[in-house]
Ligand binder design. Structure first.
Ligand code: MN
Length: 169
C-alpha cells in the first residue's frame, strides 16, 4: 500500500478519485500528474550559458494554454548563469544555500533559503551561487512564442568578483 494512502486511512480520510474532466467540461489528459523525484533526466548547464557547474533536475514545460516551465537548478560554489533575459520574467524560489542575483548596472543582491526572487520581463541579469557555497533554486518562467529565455554573454570573472565583493557572508 502506498504511504499516502496508509496515512489517509490512518486519519480516517476517504481517498476519493478526482474527476477526469476539467471544470470547463473538456477532457483533460491527464488532469493531475506527478513527476517523481529523480525520474527526469539530470542535465548540466551548457558551458555557453553557465560559468562553473550547474545541474538541472525536474525540468518541465507545460502545454498551452499554460505557459509555465522550469526546473530545479543546483549551482556549485562560484557557479552562475551568463547574462540573460526572460520575455515574461522569472521567479526563483531558493531552497538551499546562499547566492546572488544581479541586474545589469545594479549592485548584486544576496539571497538565501526561503527567499523568493522576481526578475521582470526583459531585465538583463544573472543568478548563481556565492564563491564559497553551493546554492539550489527552483526556477519558474512563462514562455512567449515558445521561448522562456534569451541568453547573452558570460559574466566575466571581474564582473562576478565585483558583484559579490563586500557582501555579507
Ligand atoms: Mn534568470
Amino acid at each position: 500500500m502506498r504511504r499516502a494512502t496508509k496515512a489517509a486511512m490512518a486519519i480516517g480520510v476517504a481517498c476519493l478519485p478526482l474527476p477526469a474532466v476539467a471544470v470547463d467540461g473538456k477532457a483533460s489528459t491527464p488532469g493531475v500528474s506527478v513527476i517523481r523525484e529523480g525520474s527526469t533526466e539530470k542535465s548540466t548547464g551548457a558551458a555557453a550559458n553557465f560559468s562553473g557547474t550547474a545541474r538541472v533536475e525536474g525540468r518541465f514545460q507545460r502545454e498551452a494554454p499554460a505557459r509555465i516551465g522550469g526546473g530545479t537548478v543546483t549551482f556549485a560554489p562560484g557557479a552562475h548563469t551568463a547574462w540573460h533575459t526572460h520575455p515574461l520574467g522569472q521567479t526563483l524560489v531558493v531552497t538551499r544555500g546562499r547566492g546572488y542575483v544581479q541586474q545589469w548596472g545594479q549592485p548584486a543582491e544576496r539571497f538565501g533559503p526561503g527567499d523568493v526572487v522576481w526578475i521582470g520581463p526583459g531585465i538583463k541579469h544573472w543568478h548563481g551561487a556565492g564563491p564559497d557555497e553551493a546554492m539550489t533554486h527552483v526556477a519558474l518562467a512563462e514562455s512567449s512564442k515558445g521561448q522562456s529565455v534569451t541568453w547573452g554573454e558570460l559574466v566575466s570573472d571581474a564582473q562576478y568578483t565585483a558583484a559579490v565583493r563586500n557582501q555579507p557572508r
